[in-house]
Structure formats: structure tokens, C-alpha cells
Design a protein around this ligand. Structure first.
Ligand code: BEZ
Length: 211
């Protein structure tokens, strides 16, 4: 069965462009993003990896490690990295798994046979410090991802892991949030002593708590 939110993500050992990685110990006590791209030396993937390299400091700031994967071999990844730097202006600065035998791709259900028998789709898994799956996304090969959106979601995941709030549509860091329905008004008084705005009994708006 496909990985579901809240599942502990499978551990594995794999060859990467930065040496062998044992996934759980590489993650340590922080957050992680594991993502697949269909193939090296392809146009959309080249733009994605360049953009992710540009955004890497923002993942670092959030204590999130980034790990990519495709079913191409290590030599191909290393050669392709030159093209990413040349065409996107950012050198690859996170490890890419070489998974020619599809061990990790199959473990994570990254191959969707009705899309392709041989290549991975564009999967994204966000993993929390407890090694549990917090978010998964699946894009087809023809659509490049928006990694700013991934950072936005990670901000929400990290905030809502700490506070009894949820984030509304299109929320961005610093904007007002919602008190979760499981917190009644009495409990909310202790958690949010400066008060909140009640639009409906189930829709209570409060400034974003300080982390
Ligand atoms: C791409 O990255 O451009 C791509 C990869 C596989 C299929 C289609 C597009």
C-alpha cells in the first residue's frame, strides 16, 4: 500500500552524488524532503534541480535536508550536474540518489506504471523529525514543481507541529492563523491570552504564534 500521512517512512541505504547515505541516520533529528525526478538530461528536471539548489539556503534555515532521486546511475548524475550549473546558474548543492535498480523508487512507490513503467513520477515526501510522513505530492513528468510552495507548506507543517493552530488558504509566514476546532474557547484563553477574532464559532482567527 502507498505511504500514508503519519506512517514512518522506510529506511534505506543508497549511493548518492555525496557518497553512501543511510536515510534515517542522514536525516538525524531534523526535517527532510525526499523527491524524485524522472530522468537526468531532461529539460524540466534540469530547471527543477537548478531552482532547488538556489533555494537550498532556505531549506537549511528551516532545518530541512533535501535529497533527490532518479533511476539513472551515479556517473550520469555527476555529468548532468555540469549542465545544471551551466544553464541554471546554480550548482547542485544537495545529494542525488542513483537508483538504477529502482530499489528506493519501488520502496516509496515513485513508479506509477500507468504513467511510465521505467521512470519515476515527480514525487515529494516531507518527513518530520519523528521520521513520519507529513506531506506527499505527486506531479506528472510534464509539470515542474513549485518549490516556493514547498517552503510555504513546510512553514505551515513546522508551525502547526508546535501550536494548536491550522493555516488558512494561501497562508504565508507571518499571517494570521486559525485556532484548531479541538481547542474550546476556555482552553483557547490559556493558549492565546491576547484574544482572537470569532467569525463563526468554528472559525477563530488569531495572530501567528511566535515560534
Ligand atoms: C523533463 O524533465 O523535461 C521530462 C522528463 C521526463 C518526461 C518528460 C519531461
Amino acid at each position: 500500500m502507498a505511504l500514508q500521512l503519519g506512517d514512518e517512512v522506510p529506511d534505506f541505504t543508497a549511493e548518492t552524488t555525496e557518497g553512501e547515505i543511510s536515510f534515517h541516520s542522514w536525516l538525524g533529528s531534523g526535517w527532510g524532503v525526499l523527491f524524485s525526478h524522472p530522468k537526468d538530461f531532461t529539460p524540466v528536471c534540469t530547471t527543477e534541480l537548478g531552482r532547488l539548489s538556489a533555494l537550498k539556503p532556505q531549506f537549511d534555515q528551516r532545518n530541512v535536508k533535501v535529497l533527490g532521486l532518479s533511476v539513472d546511475p551515479l556517473g550520469s548524475h555527476k555529468e548532468w550536474a555540469n549542465d545544471i550549473k551551466e544553464t541554471q546558474g546554480h550548482a547542485l548543492n544537495f545529494p542525488l540518489i542513483a537508483d538504477p535498480d529502482k530499489k528506493v523508487a519501488n520502496l516509496y512507490g515513485m513508479i506509477h506504471p500507468n504513467a511510465s513503467d521505467t521512470l519515476t513520477v515527480r514525487s515529494v515526501f516531507v518527513i518530520g523529525p519523528d521520521k513520519k510522513l507529513k506531506l506527499s505530492l505527486t506531479y506528472p513528468a510534464s509539470t515542474g514543481r513549485n518549490f516556493d510552495e514547498l517552503l510555504r507548506v513546510i512553514d505551515s507543517l513546522q508551525l502547526t507541529a508546535k501550536h494548536k493552530v491550522a493555516t488558512p488558504v494561501d497562508w504565508k509566514q507571518g499571517e494570521d492563523v486559525i485556532i484548531v476546532p479541538s481547542v474550546n474557547d476556555d482552553a483557547a484563553k490559556a493558549l492565546f491570552p491576547n484574544g482572537w477574532k470569532t467569525l463563526k464559532p468554528y472559525l477563530r482567527i488569531v495572530p501567528q504564534p511566535k515560534s
